[in-house]
Write a protein that binds this ligand. Structure first.
Ligand SMILES: Cc1cc2nc3c(=O)[nH]c(=O)nc-3n(C[C@H](O)[C@H](O)[C@H](O)COP(=O)(O)O)c2cc1C
Length: 162
């Protein structure tokens, strides 16, 4: 991955849109905010593109985690089954917590589909969805002080009484 990132820092082209091409409000602002909050935690200013790139590159060593999983999806499946995958992955993440392990889902791996599919011999009918780093959180690390801002409940929920 070190070689791939150096030669192709933008990736090989993901097989699905990790985000919609024109992310609209309020998602656009939320995505921007969590990114800014992350880099603030790390003390990396906006102008320091090199440090931001280096931090992004840490994804590809699984942030130092000793274990990882990759999740693929049968190409014949549609959005409802992709949502099943999300539930499945969250269940894995919760079970990991139960066993004292921490994890970080990493969709960034999807920008190197050829490399990962080749390395893992993923059959052609399956598409790489995401990677996930698994290990033990360094609770002292600045990056782990980040608590993503949550939209207030009323912003995305409507309770309808009958
Ligand atoms: C499907 C999915 C993909 C993600 N991909 C990445 C990633 O590629 N790199 C990364 O650092 N974090 C990734 N994350 C982790 C989010 O950045 C993390 O969840 C976020 O910082 C906010 O934390 P929260 O889970 O408390 O909201 C991903 C999370 C999910 C659910």
């Amino acid at each position: 991955m070190r070689e791939r990132i150096a030669g192709m820092p933008g990736g090989e082209g993901s097989e699905y849109d990790i985000y919609p091409r024109d992310l609209v409000s309020p998602y656009r602002e939320r995505r921007f905010q969590v990114g800014e909050d992350l880099y603030r935690c790390l003390g990396i200013p906006r102008e320091n593109k090199r440090a931001r790139m280096a931090q992004f590159a840490n994804n590809f060593t699984f942030f130092g985690a000793p274990l990882a999983l990759f999740c693929t999806v049968d190409r014949r499946m549609g959005p409802p089954q992709w949502s099943d995958l999300g539930m499945y992955l969250q269940t894995v993440m919760l079970l990991l917590r139960e066993h004292g392990l921490d994890s970080c889902a990493q969709e960034c791996w999807a920008i190197y589909p050829e490399t990962i599919s080749g390395f893992l011999a993923i059959p052609p009918e399956r598409m790489l969805f995401t990677g996930m780093a698994i290990g033990y959180e360094d609770a002292q690390a600045p990056v782990n002080q980040l608590r993503a801002t949550r939209a207030p409940l009323a912003e995305f929920t409507e309770f309808i009484g009958i």
